[in-house]
Write a protein of this length. Structure first.
Length: 179
């Protein structure tokens, strides 16, 4: 009992939790992005879902980030790492060797998209990045809209309409180039 009390006294006087949580987050994120075993699983309810190993990464990252708080997480993980993944993925052509696999991007969206407000932010960010790969952006947003359990705001519908128009315009321009 005395050892536990001594440990509690030392732990409570520390300014930071034991171990380096940031290193744990970055190594987990790196492992997640490099894990070639991650895949989608066909699911009768969801259509496709993430495999259990992917969910383990999501829950681990979520718990680790929760230790450092939302402000720290948005500044150091979301802005520096997760947006880079999403931006790179949206910009890559589907025929290119992809630096980030679709399953990893889907997991990033799930990691970001737990609260409704964050989901909406991701939707608007996808809209902003859509000119680099409008077809992928449209497919992503339409899928999200189809699976949304809450009423979709008019602004999201407008985003989807704009990206759809952009896809149509891009196809028209490509058709004219072929003639």
């Amino acid at each position: 009992m005395a050892e536990w009390e001594q440990y509690q006294d030392v732990y409570c006087t520390m300014k930071e939790p034991p171990g380096n949580i940031y290193n744990a987050i970055t190594s987990t994120l790196k492992s997640f992005l490099e894990d070639s075993s991650l895949r989608f699983l066909e699911n009768s309810w969801y259509g496709y879902d993430l495999c259990p190993a992917t969910w383990n990464y999501i829950f681990s990252l979520d718990l680790l980030c929760a230790q450092l708080g939302w402000t720290w997480t948005i500044t150091n993980i979301i802005r520096k790492d997760l947006w880079l993944i999403l931006n790179t993925w949206l910009r890559q052509a589907r025929t290119e060797q992809t630096p980030f696999r679709d399953v990893c991007v889907a997991a990033v969206f799930r990691l970001l998209g737990m609260p409704w407000e964050v989901q909406l932010s991701v939707i608007y960010a996808t809209h902003d990045l859509a000119p680099s790969n409008p077809e992928a952006a449209l497919k992503t947003l339409e899928s999200w809209r189809k699976n949304s359990t809450q009423p979709v705001p008019p602004a999201v519908i407008k985003c989807i309409t704009q990206i759809s128009f952009l896809c149509h315009q891009t196809k028209s321009q490509n058709s004219k180039k072929l003639l």
